[in-house]
Design a binder for this molecule. Structure first.
Ligand code: 4NP
Length: 156
């Protein structure tokens, strides 16, 4: 199994959107028995909550299954359990690296590292900007390219 974890700050806006979108793409490509998807936040404020209304509305609008999304905090075991740990911005990656201290062999990246044509690699936080459409567009292109990379890396 290839395990992919999306990480943001609160796990209610960006990373659950990426989780739902990536799972949808994986399902469309018939890879659900090969790729497992999850998300987590580096903070603990929203543990147990469903996604932010803005994320829920976007997922409904684009017909992406949001069933079962509940916020959780990243934990040390994630660093061993997931081969891809995908942050939404540089501060997420810094927080993940603080937790790791060299103890993980995972690919620790930002989602937009997979989008060559875009210079700005941080996904703005819609919790503060209110712009969930922008998040959707960035998450969509990032997830599309990430899945291509995963397929290439693992020959699936
Ligand atoms: P997210 O957005 O990291 O994309 O889930 C945020 C959600 C909540 C908070 C910050 C960012 N917060 O400060 O509660």
């Amino acid at each position: 199994m290839i395990n992919v974890l999306f990480v943001c700050l609160g796990n209610i806006c960006r990373s659950p959107m990426a989780e739902a979108m990536f799972r949808e793409l994986v399902k469309r490509e018939g890879l659900e028995h090969e790729v497992h998807v999850d998300s987590a936040g580096t903070g603990d404020w929203h543990v147990g909550s469903q996604p932010h209304e803005g994320t829920r509305n976007i997922l409904i609008k684009y017909n992406i299954d949001a069933e079962g999304l509940r916020a959780r905090q990243i934990r040390e075991s994630d660093l061993h359990d997931f081969q891809y740990i995908v942050g939404m911005d540089a501060s997420n990656v810094q927080n993940i690296e603080k937790l790791i201290k060299g103890k993980s062999s995972a690919h620790i990246v930002r989602l937009l590292d997979y989008v060559d044509e875009r210079q700005e690699k941080n996904i703005p936080d819609p919790y503060f900007t209110g712009n969930f459409e922008e998040t959707y567009e960035l998450v969509k292109i990032g997830c599309t390219n990430l899945l291509k990379e995963v397929r290439r890396n693992h020959n699936i």
